[in-house]
Design a protein around this ligand. Structure first.
Ligand code: R5P
Length: 292
């Protein structure tokens, strides 16, 4: 293991230089993967834009029912035409989401904590690879806790899921968790995203922060950005715009869509930023016009 002392500060991110190993496949870092992996990644990332609108409603896996998700059966289906991927638990998907929705699936496969715990960083792999195959999941989402008490077990979970995913050509989405004791700095996100990518995930989900474009440059797989807590719609659209401008390959928004007063319009507005090159201001005008 390299000596931790006297480390030089990383600085050569070449943020203006495109990823050099893209080849002819539209998903970053995936050019050397096999056909099955590429097929799943193509169900997630649009072939024309290379981007994705993921919609996260997996909150119930540790929060139970939360505001905006009281009735999954009513809230989720109308959003399907406007998002590319549903990120959810198998329980939510099987009970409340029509298999004919047309959306890709990012299946939450870890669990083990609840809102009643002080420390949320201890999880297990709760879904067998066979069930991910049965559900035709396009990727398996694993929560990771770099720098937290549960770091070792969460990286063990992640590695086991990645290994199973490679056996059956199902990509793994590594989710960077932030908790009360974990930083939200570019230093932390550079560390966490790179650890996940080097362990073998095909997609990383993380948060937006200053110097985001350096995090993207140093991460050899696509980054999708979590929405985080509910913001006013205008600010949430600015966040989405900054992420895409900074090189994110999409967003994975939950509360900023399902807790909006107009979730369907909000999903449409986010989609225009991600796939159609709209600015945050244009998207917000659209949101205002359509929500009256
Ligand atoms: C990460 O912990 C889970 O995937 C969350 O449920 C998801 O990231 C939450 O999305 P948002 O922060 O946009 O509500």
């Amino acid at each position: 293991m390299a000596d931790k002392d006297g480390l030089k500060t990383a600085k050569d991110y070449h943020t203006d230089t495109p990823f050099a190993a893209q080849g002819d496949f539209h998903v970053k870092g995936a050019n050397h993967l096999d056909w099955g992996m590429k097929k799943h990644l193509s169900n997630i990332f649009d072939r024309d834009t290379g981007k994705t609108v993921m919609f996260a409603f997996d909150h119930g896996y540790f929060m139970g029912g939360t505001a905006g998700l009281e009735r999954l059966d009513l809230v989720i289906p109308p959003l399907a035409p406007y998002v590319d991927v549903f990120m959810a638990t198998r329980g939510a998907l099987r009970t409340c989401v029509p298999a004919s929705s047309g959306c890709g699936v990012a299946l939450r496969v870890t669990s083990g904590s609840s809102m009643l715990d002080d420390d949320l960083s201890h999880e297990v792999v709760a879904v067998d690879i066979e069930d991910a195959i049965r559900m035709n999941a396009d990727c398996m989402a694993v929560q990771t806790f770099i720098g937290a008490d549960g770091q070792l077990s969460s990286l063990n979970n992640l590695s086991r899921v990645i290994n199973a995913g490679f056996r059956y050509s199902i990509p793994t989405l590594g989710v960077v968790a932030v908790g009360k004791d974990m930083e939200r700095t570019d230093r932390f996100f550079k560390l966490a995203t790179r650890i996940l990518a080097e362990l073998g995930v095909q997609i990383v989900k993380t948060y937006y922060c200053d110097h985001f474009e350096e995090i993207v440059s140093a991460c050899p797989v696509p980054i999708v950005v979590a929405g985080g807590k509910k913001l006013p719609e205008e600010e949430a659209l600015t966040l989405a715009y900054r992420c895409i401008q900074g090189g994110a390959c999409g967003v994975d928004m939950g509360r900023n869509i399902f807790q909006s007063n107009h979730p369907v319009v909000m999903a449409q507005a986010v989609r225009k930023i991600v796939h159609e090159g709209w600015t945050d201001k244009e998207a917000y005008r659209f949101y205002q016009d359509m929500s009256h």
